[in-house]
Design a protein around this ligand. Structure first.
Ligand SMILES: Cc1cc2nc3c(=O)[nH]c(=O)nc-3n(C[C@H](O)[C@H](O)[C@H](O)COP(=O)(O)O)c2cc1C
Length: 152
């Protein structure tokens, strides 16, 4: 299997819970991966060029926007060429807000814009993952692995 990065931002732990489900799914499949966490690890956009495939998680802030700590990363991605790389995006939001999980859409479009092969399915979780949402996270890993097998 190609080298994989799971990258996420989480302030109150919900996106981290989604990331943990994804990480456990990779472990069950004996697939190796690296994990990087915004605000814990130094992360620059160009760092993702070391990987064949990236799964990125992020929560949504103020009117459907990106987390503050992801903004520089987002800007940096616009200078990259991610052709030949597989990317997927997941995140937590709150359906109370008009732009539910808007940051997931923003990041997804940015990866797509610079040529990444995107997993069609975005995972948007209302707060913390429960029931069907947990299975959706596991299905994301299935789709990711299938696409990585085809492309990379
Ligand atoms: C000030 C503030 C603004 C928020 N704005 C949005 C929003 O526009 N859209 C949304 O879906 N969720 C919004 N949320 C909800 C968070 O995305 C949600 O609580 C999420 O689960 C946090 O993820 P985390 O636990 O990984 O940090 C907002 C939360 C706060 C406190």
């Amino acid at each position: 299997m190609s080298n994989i990065l799971v990258l996420y931002a989480s302030v109150s732990g919900n996106t981290e819970m989604i990331a943990r489900i994804i990480i456990d799914s990779f472990k069950e499949k004996n697939i190796e991966f690296d994990v990087k966490v915004f605000d814990e690890d130094p992360i620059k956009a160009k760092d993702i060029l070391e990987y064949d495939a990236i799964l990125m998680g992020l929560y949504t802030w103020t009117d459907g926007e990106l987390p503050f700590e992801v903004e520089d990363f987002y800007d940096g991605v616009s200078d990259l060429d991610l052709t030949g790389k597989v990317c997927g995006v997941f995140g937590s939001g709150d359906q109370f807000y008009d732009h539910f999980c808007g940051a997931v859409d923003i990041m997804y479009e940015q990866f797509e814009e610079v040529g990444a092969t995107m997993i069609a399915h975005k995972v948007k979780v209302d707060m913390d993952p429960e029931g069907e949402e947990i299975m959706e996270c596991q299905r994301l890993v299935e789709e990711f692995c299938e696409l990585v097998g085809e492309i990379v």
